[in-house]
Design a protein. Structure first.
Length: 333
């Protein structure tokens, strides 16, 4: 079912002239990336991930979704099928771990009709976003006082005032009553899922145990520390590269040299083609600098040298003293 939904989403995006990246052809069934599709337009970047059950989430996967959103300045588009009790409902944003989940039908309405959801479902209940100004105007046109409306809704007059001032959101049951009284669909205020505020602490999430790194990775981390670079390692395999690099001074600039994405290869005598193709496609879609850090004895095919990926042997990094020299090395490699 998940694969069918991904294909449907990809078709919808292509028909809407979005540029998509699906690296499924380069992955195995055991690999679970934190996205199923990466999508780009002129002014929007987002990652798509389908979840069979939004109440059964992997914490590491969720953290990588947030981190990818952070470094790409993108938004995650998370499609849910069901929660632990039932199938998800349309026109609703379900919130889990601070992230928004919607149904495929809701996404299709957004993409083809520009119709956004208006119900926000958190654990413990749902609320509806209403246009308070329009609600007040409709009520007054029908010569209904706040007191009269409050009695018909079964709430206090102060609560009605809070709805109209948008200091409080009604439950979906109360919102249905308001609609039946005012009879105007426009009172439902749309929630733009692409403007969702993702809360993420880069420094807190950057912690990792030294024992999680193998000998080659530990050596590379020591070199990066000496150069003065900040790094984030992806040890769970949910992102198609091994680490991202940042300036220790300017974490992420609006348009600049960082972040850099890097794969590494230390065991094989040749570069892993799957890793290379994933990194190359990722680099081309997002126009970010991509590296392939390799051991000294790895043979680099001529075909790879011609591609726009920076191949850097570990011995070159060992010769670098500071960040300025590092940038020069990457630009020259």
């Amino acid at each position: 079912m998940t694969n069918t939904i991904i294909e449907k989403i990809n078709d919808l995006l292509k028909k809407a002239n979005y540029e998509t990246l699906n690296i499924g052809n380069f992955t195995t069934k055991k690999t679970k990336f934190c996205f199923d599709l990466l999508v780009k337009t002129d002014d929007l970047v987002f990652s798509v991930k389908v979840f069979p059950n939004i109440d059964n989430l992997n914490p590491d996967l969720i953290n990588d979704i947030k981190h990818l959103s952070f470094i790409l300045k993108s938004k995650p588009l998370l499609i849910g099928i069901r929660n632990r009790y039932q199938n998800l409902e349309d026109n609703t944003i379900y919130v889990r771990e601070g992230l928004p989940f919607i149904t495929l039908n809701t996404f299709e309405k957004i993409l083809t009709k520009n119709i956004f959801p208006y119900i926000l479902a958190r654990r413990g209940g749902s609320v509806v976003f209403l246009d308070g100004t329009l609600m007040k105007s409709l009520r007054e046109k029908l010569f209904i006082t706040r007191k009269e409306l409050s009695e018909r809704l079964g709430v206090t007059k102060r609560t009605v005032s809070a709805y109209e001032n948008e200091n409080m959101r009604p439950s979906d049951q109360i919102a249905e009553k308001i609609f039946n009284i005012l009879e105007n669909n426009d009172i439902f205020k749309k929630i733009n899922v692409f403007q969702w505020n993702i809360k993420y602490n880069q420094e807190k999430s950057n912690l990792f145990e030294e024992k999680e790194l193998n000998d080659f990775e530990s050596h590379l981390q020591t070199i990066l520390n000496d150069i003065g670079l900040s790094s984030y390692w992806y040890k769970k395999g949910s992102i198609p590269f091994k680490l991202s690099l940042f300036s220790s001074i300017d974490k992420i600039e609006e348009e600049g040299f960082y972040p850099l994405f890097s794969a590494i290869s230390e065991k094989q005598k040749k570069i892993n083609q799957m890793n290379f193709q994933c990194l190359k496609m990722f680099n081309e879609l997002f126009n970010k600098t991509a590296l392939f850090i390799v051991n000294n004895d790895i043979n680099i095919p001529v075909s790879i040298k011609k591609d726009d990926i920076h191949i850097v042997k570990i011995k070159k990094l060992e010769e670098i003293d500071d960040e300025e020299e590092f940038i020069e090395l990457i630009q020259e490699s």
